[in-house]
Design a protein around this ligand. Structure first.
Ligand code: 13P
Ligand code: SF4
Length: 357
């Protein structure tokens, strides 16, 4: 749908008034009406780096979700202010790992006698206090574009063959990366259910596991299923199936290519005209790719409409409201991480930024 012309004009005017004092970041899952005002777009890794790359900007307006704005706050100078245009833009996956639950799991791993072998790795899609937990306990942050390198690093933190990874909070990214990229057996991956004592695992299961996967998932990517892959392959012989690694393992196994949102975009940009693609990721991005590449056939890997409802909370009215307040000298919806959490989370984020590649 076309954006409201009055709001478009107001967003333009506010951006012009703020000039270089303002830097607007937009995640690839944002609506078209918002993404048109982003100074940079990217996946969560690129946006974390980009946020840190504009030390002169007074205001960082993050068009994305809460954990991304928190990471931007951690990675920028104290004088820079990070704004999330709608505070309700959270992430249901990040909410699936609470600090208290993770600390309880850590203690239970101590009781089971394995804690010394465990290296915690958290997906970027987690709250700042979970990143801080990883920083304090010898762990690292990863994103969907560097999870394999982060796991390599984590396994190397303990004597050969000894390390176990506690992977938070997305079991799918953890499993897909471990099994498909690191050659770890599916039988070496176990799922820790925070609602059960000892994660619902026996001492024997824990002793043999190499990947302890937190029982979290993305509510958007969890909705892609194998049967749609089969249906599309039958309907369009030669179709390419391209999915995000937050999809369930069975779906990723049936796909041709898997990668982050940035990888998905680069793959479609490089694809030959006339090729046919089904994409398993959030719908705003898939629609934009279809609109921007009319020479290729691009379909959604789901029979239903699935947007990320929290990403979609950031709309043009919220963006205009945040920008016009900044013009008026009011910082609304500022995201601040407390200094102690920030210091520990920065350790884990910096370890990620220092990874090779
Ligand atoms: P990436 O942009 O890192 O691929 O992550 C997808 C996502 O779910 C962000 O919320
Ligand atoms: Fe969270 Fe999934 Fe939405 Fe990403 S797409 S913000 S992981 S709910």
């Amino acid at each position: 749908a076309a954006s409201d012309p009055d709001l478009v004009e107001r967003a333009r005017a506010a951006k012009a008034a703020l000039g270089d004092r303002l830097f607007v970041l937009g995640h690839h899952y944002q609506r078209d009406e918002v993404i048109q005002f982003a100074d940079v777009t990217g996946d969560s890794f690129k946006l974390a780096r980009d946020a840190a790359g504009r030390p002169d900007a007074e205001f960082i307006v993050f068009c994305g979700v809460h954990f991304m704005a928190e990471s931007a706050d951690i990675l920028t100078a104290p004088s820079q202010q990070v704004v999330l245009p709608d505070l309700a833009a959270g992430c249901s996956m990040a909410d699936m790992a609470r600090l208290r639950q993770v600390e309880d799991a850590w203690d239970a791993m101590g009781d089971a006698g394995i804690q010394d072998s465990v290296v915690p790795v958290t997906y970027m899609n987690s709250s700042a206090d979970i990143k801080a937990f990883c920083g304090r306990n010898g762990g690292v942050v990863c994103t969907s574009s560097n999870a394999d390198v982060a796991l390599d690093w984590a396994f190397a933190q303990k004597p050969a063959g000894e390390a176990k990874i506690l992977f938070l909070p997305d079991q799918h990214l953890g499993r897909n990366t471990a099994v498909l990229q690191m050659g770890i057996g599916l039988d070496e991956c176990v799922v820790w259910d925070p609602h059960l004592p000892s994660g619902g695992l026996t001492a024997d299961e824990l002793a043999h596991a190499r990947m302890i996967l937190w029982k979290g998932h993305c509510s958007v990517h969890g909705r892609f299923t194998e049967d749609v892959v089969d249906e599309l392959r039958a309907k369009h012989p030669g179709i390419n199936i391209l999915v995000h690694p937050e999809c369930p393992h069975e779906v990723v196994l049936k796909a041709d290519l898997v990668g982050s949102t940035e990888f998905i975009i680069k793959t479609i940009e490089a694809a030959e005209p006339g090729t046919v693609w089904a994409i398993g990721t959030e719908l705003n991005l898939v629609k934009r790719l279809a609109d921007n590449h009319p020479d290729k056939t691009i379909v959604f890997l789901n029979r239903n409409v699935c947007y990320c409802s929290t990403m979609n909370r950031i709309d043009l009215p919220h963006l205009v409201w945040a920008l016009e307040n900044l013009v008026a000298g009011q910082v609304v919806n500022q995201i601040t991480v407390d200094p102690e959490t920030e210091a520990d989370a920065l350790v884990a984020l910096q370890r990620m930024l220092d990874l090779p590649g």
